[in-house]
Design a protein around this ligand. Structure first.
Ligand code: BLA
Length: 508
């Protein structure tokens, strides 16, 4: 697998968003040490809990909270395992005679962090009832598009945002809106691509761990956490916080898009960000914590169904790969040489991996079908191609980036899937793809996000669709293409081994 990925750390990637020392104003935060003594708190604690004064730093939490609240919180803390765990408590009365709160409790570098927001008494139980029917709607779906479209619909109905998108990351970490449910009067974002820089690296890492991020009101003033930094000199690590205030950069970005409230849920597959469900609202919006929890659970189930579907698909593909293997073995058993078998190989591959041409270089002979370089042109590539590791395949939509000599026939061929099928001297099977004028519809000119040297990187101001035509590139090879190619390579290696064995036996 071969994806050239520019590794450029920008100022955006370095912003310490987990050390922001502020929360959003729809809740409050108290951090206590292991003795349950208050170490830090958000400035709105008294107001949120309806206390006459802010609890003093250094006092025991039990001096302010009811014994029952303390007991419930202690039980929650004891349930926390290691790793990024957060316990939730719904409808807890924290101070005597006070209102009910929904709480999130987690441990952050030795501190117990308690976050709380007002409990939505009335419809709390109804939220639970949403999950079963929502999952039933996903259950029968057998393809990726309908799964994602239905997920967008369900989340829109569940949370009521103006726009709900399923967004999928590409191998280059740009992303694309692949499903959308929106208010009728809004312009569609479906199909738009967003550059990698819109979600900096540390935000991706954090998003993968803390899967639901909400901004209830882009215009609200962040509430500071005091004292910041704490006695240790470090700001409180808010990585797993629910209320963490957002980077001003990101808020600016959302405001540029016209969005007043957002909610994003990460879709994680094999420990990597596969995509997200992104919700935009054009007014401030705060779904109850219980409802957010239901949406998060739904998304986790959606991720699992997606995973199952993708595994199913690749199993089907593997079965076809095996069929191809058997077919080839049978036909090649007659002893036809690899170069003479090219029509047969091409025929079997035809509906498995889309391609415009094919070449075989084996035992000093060169054969082609369809769009392929001439033997002289191919000879120029041999040196550089020899550097591909023996165990690997080179898949590229732009061969000339890896092998400059390929530019010579760039008008005819742009992409190549190269399978080394022996040790040295190397034999190869290559599938070729023609260049295509690829259209990528970016949400705004992505180059505007690239900073001048030393200038601070700014979020883009315009999201007007910007169509870029990428020349000299073929369609990208998919994961499935690579998987089949890998199977084919192993089959061919086997065939070649057997043939050399037979030759050796005949010679004896
Ligand atoms: C965070 N940017 C994010 C997140 C998303 C996006 C989903 C994380 C989730 C969240 O906190 O909401 C981007 N949201 C999108 C995109 C769509 C969407 C692409 O709905 C498409 C539909 N952003 C920039 C630039 C910078 C930047 C140039 O464009 C850097 C200066 C920063 N984005 C940025 C930061 C965060 C972020 C710092 C983390 C915000 C935080 O958690 O504090």
């Amino acid at each position: 697998n071969f994806h050239p990925k520019p590794v450029t750390l920008t100022e955006c990637d370095r912003e310490p968003i987990h050390h922001i020392s502020a929360v959003q104003d729809f809740g409050a935060l108290i951090a206590i040490n292991s003795d349950w003594v208050i170490a830090q708190q958000s400035a709105n604690c008294a107001e949120t809990l309806e206390l006459s004064a802010l609890p003093e730093i250094g006092t025991r939490l039990a001096d302010h909270f009811t014994p029952n609240a303390i007991e419930t919180l202690q039980a929650a803390v004891s349930r926390l395992g290691t790793g990024d765990m957060v316990e939730r408590l719904f409808g807890l009365r924290m101070v005597r005679g006070g209102k009910l709160f929904d709480c999130a409790v987690h441990v952050s570098r030795g501190y117990i962090v308690i976050e709380f927001e007002r409990h939505a008494d009335a419809d709390y139980a109804d939220h639970l009832g949403l999950i079963g029917p929502a999952l039933s709607r996903l259950e029968p779906l057998k393809n990726l598009d309908s799964l994602c479209e239905t997920a967008a619909k369900v989340v829109q109905q569940m949370l009521g945002y103006d726009r709900v998108m399923v967004y999928r990351f590409h191998p280059d970490e740009s992303g694309e809106v692949i499903a959308e449910e929106r208010r009728d009067d809004l312009e569609p974002y479906l199909g738009l691509r967003y550059p990698q820089a819109d979600i900096p690296q540390q935000a991706r890492d954090l998003f993968r761990r803390n899967k639901l991020r909400i901004i209830a009101d882009m215009d609200a003033e962040p509430v500071p956490i005091e004292p910041a930094p704490s006695i240790t000199g470090e700001p409180l690590d808010l990585s797993m916080s629910v209320l963490r205030s957002h980077s001003a950069m990101h808020v600016q970005y959302m405001q540029n898009m016209g969005v007043k409230a957002s909610l994003a849920i990460a879709i994680v597959r094999e420990n990597r960000l596969w995509g997200m469900i992104s919700c935009h609202h054009y007014e401030p919006r705060l779904p109850a914590y219980s409802l957010r929890t239901v949406a998060e659970t739904f998304s986790q189930m959606f991720s699992m169904m997606l995973d199952r579907l993708l595994i199913d698909n690749s199993q089907k593909l593997r079965a076809r790969g095996r069929a191809l293997h058997d077919q080839l073995m049978m036909r090649l058993a007659g002893g036809t040489s690899l170069t003479d078998s090219l029509p047969l190989i091409e025929e079997t591959l035809d509906n498995l991996i889309a391609h415009d041409g094919i070449s075989v270089w084996a035992a000093g002979g060169y054969r082609t079908r369809g769009a392929a370089p001439t033997q002289e042109q191919f000879a120029e590539l041999m040196g550089p191609l020899g550097q591909i590791p023996n165990t690997g395949i080179l898949a590229t939509s732009e061969l000339s980036v890896h092998v400059p000599a390929a530019a010579e026939f760039g008008d005819l061929i742009a992409g190549a899937l190269i399978l080394p099928i022996s040790r040295s001297p190397r034999d190869y099977l290559i599938l070729w793809r023609r260049p295509q004028a690829q259209k990528v519809t970016w949400a705004g000119d992505p180059n505007k996000a690239i900073a001048e040297p030393r200038e601070r990187l700014q979020p883009r101001g315009s999201f007007a669709a910007w169509v870029q035509t990428v020349k000299a590139k073929s369609a990208e090879w998919s994961e499935d293409d690579l998987r089949i190619a890998e199977g084919l390579r192993i089959t061919l290696l086997e065939v070649i081994l057997r043939m050399t064995d037979e030759v050796a036996i005949e010679r004896k």
